[in-house]
Design a protein around this ligand. Structure first.
Ligand code: MLT
Ligand code: ZN
Length: 450
């Protein structure tokens, strides 16, 4: 950026909050290491008014901006790949009081998911969205990407929790609608529009979020299954019998081996199973007996149950450890996709074959939120810039009637394939909305839209 633009940015947020040089390297690279950018400056506003002032300066100067939260997104949507200014929202850490009557809270964009969860828990409530990156993921980032996570099955994703939003438009004007009315049928629903817009339409600065009661009893079970199709069948059967089921996560034996090995864990079972299903129930009546009876009615091989918090966490570690363990193998290609449930098992078989045929060095790992039809296809052994596998896997997904992004978003990683999931007319509408809200195209200009 020009020296006068930098001086103006420093004047708006204080020179201590405009970073450049070596300190920008970490935030310019995504969590996986696949997307490495560079930036002339990281700007860290401390209030919504400062965000507005920064955007007004950038818009007037035509300086492109990449909004950033915890920087643990997985599609290269929050890093400055074309030399943009990084707008870090981490200092917007204000967390309002929990309203016990409406069961809502207003949280600043920089509040981490774990802090929000702890805040709700102090009041006997919880925030329904949960994911492995809870310590780093922020409210702003999860709203901007419409993050899904492991309890989507019961509560939906981030969009379903949104009761209001505060955001700054490209020109610095503030859109604020945080009253939290449950019924509010007054035209275009801007929270829905901005949620999942990946920083391309406005910069989210705060959100009004719904909370849900924290049940008194939780039970987690890891089930050894004879294959993906069987695990899916077990999941469907448990969902039919157990309204309190809130997670159903799949992983395979190879993934378990990797996690156990890399994270130095004990094996969950003496025997190995081709597939594993991790399930969790939560209710005010102890669901353990009902879960046991429901499992009894299926073809599950081995069962490990956790009721105490430590034991439950240990079981979750086998699933949540996948992301970390996979990155220790090298930089993965991460392809988060949804399949119609009826196609999921066939796809799981075929994708492994396709990846193997594509390149003998490529290795395909599968895990995910199986009852949402959501598989995380991770491919290791290829260079970060080799897009053949992205092309092959995403095309296969489209051929099976799926979506190229279930919960991570499009970012820069998938924009070349957005046409596989969205029609030309839909893409026209996307572009028209983008032009209307960000006419100079300064907001995250290199993500989402091809
Ligand atoms: C997960 O489900 O673990 C997250 O989406 C992260 C990932 O896909 O690696
Ligand atoms: Zn996931």
């Amino acid at each position: 950026v020009e020296p006068d633009v930098r001086r103006e940015l420093e004047a708006r947020v204080g020179s201590a909050h405009v970073l450049h040089g070596d300190t920008t390297e970490g935030p310019a690279t995504d969590w996986t290491g696949r997307y490495r950018g560079r930036t002339p400056a990281i700007v860290r506003p401390g209030t919504v008014d400062e965000v507005a002032a920064v955007l007004a300066v950038c818009d007037a100067a035509g300086v492109p901006v990449v909004p950033q939260g915890g920087n643990t997104g997985l599609v290269g949507g929050g890093v400055p790949l074309a030399g943009e200014v990084v707008l870090s929202l981490r200092r917007l850490e204000r967390l309002g009081p929990v309203d016990q009557v409406t069961r809502q809270v207003t949280a600043g964009s920089g509040v981490t998911l774990s802090r929000l969860q702890a805040h709700a828990a102090e009041q006997g409530l919880r925030y329904a969205v949960d994911l492995a990156a809870r310590e780093t993921a922020t409210v702003g980032g999860t709203v901007a990407t419409n993050a899904g996570g492991s309890r989507f099955l019961r509560f939906g994703g981030t969009r379903e929790q949104l009761r209001g939003i505060e955001a700054v438009l490209a020109d610095g004007r503030v859109v604020r609608h945080l009253g939290g009315l449950e019924k509010d049928n007054t035209g275009y629903h801007l929270p829905s529009l901005l949620c999942g817009s990946e920083g391309t339409l406005a910069v989210v600065t705060a959100a009004r979020l719904a909370l849900v009661p924290e049940p008194t009893h939780h039970v987690t079970a890891l089930l050894g299954c004879p294959g993906v199709a069987a695990a899916l069948e077990v999941g469907v059967s448990l969902r039919e019998r157990l309204p309190e089921l809130e997670a159903a996560e799949l992983f395979l034996d190879e993934g378990l081996r990797l996690v156990v090995d890399r994270l130095a864990l004990d094996d969950p079972f003496p025997d190995r199973w081709p597939a594993y299903l991790l399930v969790e129930c939560a209710d005010d009546r102890d669901p353990t007996e009902r879960l046991a009876a429901a499992i009894e009615a299926t073809s599950v091989g081995d069962v490990a149950v956790g009721v105490a918090a430590g034991r439950r966490e240990a079981l979750w570690r086998y699933r949540e450890g996948h992301t970390e363990a996979m990155n220790l193998l090298g930089i993965p290609h991460k392809l988060d996709v949804t399949l119609p449930l009826g196609q999921l098992a066939a796809f799981a078989e075929e994708v492994v074959r396709r990846v193997r045929d594509l390149d003998a060095d490529a290795h395909c790992w599968l895990f995910g939120h199986v009852l949402d039809g959501n598989l995380h296809v991770n491919v290791t052994g290829l260079t970060p810039g080799d897009n053949r596998v992205d092309e092959a896997v995403l095309t296969l997904v489209a051929d099976h009637g799926g979506s190229i992004s279930a919960e991570h978003g499009i970012g820069t990683a998938k924009k070349a394939w957005l046409h596989l999931s969205r029609s030309p007319v839909e893409l026209d509408v996307f572009r028209a909305v983008k032009r209307a809200l960000d006419p100079r195209g300064i907001l995250n200009p290199n993500v989402l839209l091809p």
